[in-house]
Design a protein around this ligand. Structure first.
Ligand code: AMP
Ligand code: MG
Length: 504
């Protein structure tokens, strides 16, 4: 039996959307990481996944039976500027498998060498950034946030040239699909409407099968698709925001149709709360700052909408164009509200509130809390986490985080009044409430300094800190004292100087 039971719909159904391309051969493969739990979920089996054979396979030297490696084409707006021809410059889709729960998942390499879309790049990746994808992706997964995941990382035994030479690696990435907003943009830019329609059909079959054969008016299917993508993104961005995640490079080629987080390049987690937080070294204007993420997602969705318009309305039929533009605009304009609602829903749970209530009033309560964190530069993650202790009548650990405790105490009074109201509507013991809060406000997130320390050690050949950090990130909600070291923020000066890098 083959290790992967491939069934490659993208390669089979979408010729003209990719270039068949083999991974580069590498000199000395070594398996650095293998995700056994994910392999099980994918129904993978076979000795060739582990040990020396696994190293050959996951470094790209030996293709698994049934793989059909292809480099996918796409376009994208990068920092607002349009690149009509991007595509997988250092990635290859090997194929798809249907997992044990019936979900179709892409299996892809990243860092497997140059492709026809590499432009000036070397097509390679370094050990540090690929293990970074493991850490952040697995942390996101454990936090309950939709994400692509790492199945394996293999060192290649060669050096890649960056600012300094670094050990090279190949990541094997698992995704609900690699369809991006930029995939649609490519075919719009080409003016290829038949392919655009084919892509839409494929995307609907894969991600929104409920829309197949839908016939509620001419524009029903396309606009329902746009709405479905927008709603997935609204939920995703709200989840990001509620754990302090900053993607860092929300270009349209890095926004999925599936609603999974993709491309862990310059991403980072916020420490002291400040909506203007940016870590990416190239994001000078703060385009992708923490607080801008909903606005940028909306902008990206407007680019997706543009690709769907010509499928719905003939450009010479002005009335039809106006009608569909109005429908698309309604979706795009609806997005900020969906995002805000999803955000508030998450925030309510973090406040320990169960019953539904007045949105505006709860919005004001959250805004006042966040304003306190902002003015007093309090760690976002710890503040939310320690609020659970306050729900059990132990406000001191939270109070210790604040300089101006009187301001906090005043807010706590408002919050307690709101909790009492909630308790009347949906009674809950304080310990239960605190436990519920701890299930949505993590104690352990990938602290930037911890990630950097683990990756520096891994790059130098010591994987122990990486494995220890990964183990902690896999149970972010557990109040285990053994995890305490991972819950501590970096010194503020270190965070202020922290920078992340793109295309690493
Ligand atoms: P990213 O910003 O990482 O999402 O990448 C944007 C585009 O640049 C994609 O088409 C990538 O495949 C490509 N790219 C990034 N790094 C490299 C590299 N080292 N070699 C070739 N292409 C790359
Ligand atoms: Mg990308």
């Amino acid at each position: 039996m083959p290790a992967f039971r491939f069934d490659n719909t993208y390669a089979r159904e979408l010729s003209g959307f990719y270039t068949p391309w083999p991974p580069a051969q590498v000199p000395a493969p070594q398996l650095l990481y293998f995700n056994e739990a994910l392999a099980e979920e994918l129904g993978l089996a076979g000795a060739e996944l582990q040990g020396a054979a696994g190293a050959q396979l996951f470094a790209g030297n030996v293709l698994p039976e049934g793989a059909e490696p292809i480099a996918q084409v796409y376009a994208g707006h990068q920092f607002g500027g349009f690149s009509p021809r991007l595509g997988d410059g250092r990635a290859l889709l090997l194929g798809e498998v249907v997992d044990t729960q019936g979900r179709r998942r892409d299996i892809a390499f990243k860092g497997s060498g140059r492709t026809p879309y590499s432009r000036g790049g070397d097509g390679k990746a370094a050990v540090g950034p690929m293990l970074r994808e493991v850490l952040i992706g697995e942390a996101m997964h454990a936090l309950g946030i939709p994400t692509t995941r790492a199945l394996a990382v293999a060192a290649t035994g060669e050096r890649v040239r960056r600012e300094q030479p670094l050990p090279g690696a190949v990541l094997t990435r698992v995704a609900a699909s690699h369809l991006r907003v930029g995939t649609f943009q490519f075919f719009l830019a080409e003016g290829d409407l038949p392919k655009l329609r084919q892509l839409l059909d494929y995307a609907i079959a894969r991600h929104d099968p409920a829309l197949i054969g839908r016939s509620d008016g001419e524009t029903g299917r396309e606009m329902a698709f746009l709405r479905a993508v927008a709603q997935r993104q609204a939920r995703l961005i709200a989840q990001w925001m509620n754990v302090g995640f900053i993607h860092g490079v929300m270009n349209t080629d890095n926004m999925t149709i599936s609603g999974e987080t993709i491309d862990y390049g310059p991403c980072a987690f916020m420490e002291a709360y400040d909506p203007a937080t940016v870590f990416s070294s190239i994001d000078h204007g703060g385009r992708y700052a923490y607080g801008n993420q909903p606005g940028i997602a909306r902008w990206n969705l407007a680019r997706l909408a543009e690709t769907l318009l010509p499928l719905v309305a003939d450009e010479n039929d002005e009335a039809a164009v106006q009608r569909v533009v109005a429908e698309a605009t309604a979706v795009i304009d609806g997005f900020p509200l969906w995002c805000a609602q999803a955000l508030l829903q998450g925030q309510r749970a973090k406040l320990g509130l169960q019953a539904t209530a007045d949105d505006e009033e709860d919005g004001r309560l959250v805004d006042a809390w966040l304003a306190l964190l902002h003015t007093q530069a309090v760690d976002f993650t710890l503040a939310w986490r320690l609020l659970a202790d306050a729900a059990e009548g132990r406000p001191e650990p939270l109070r210790d985080q604040f300089r101006d405790r009187a301001a906090l105490d005043a807010w706590l009074q408002h919050w307690q009044a709101r909790v009492a109201q909630d308790d009347a509507a949906a009674p809950m013991k304080p310990a239960e409430r605190a436990a519920a809060m701890r299930r949505v406000s993590p104690w352990v997130i990938p602290r930037n300094h911890q990630v950097e320390t683990a990756l520096a050690a891994a790059t130098a050949g010591d994987l122990a800190p990486f494995h220890a950090l990964l183990a902690a990130l896999q149970r972010p909600f557990d109040s285990d004292p053994a995890l305490a070291a991972y819950a501590v923020p970096a010194p503020a000066a270190e965070t202020a100087a922290y920078q992340t890098f793109c295309g690493t």
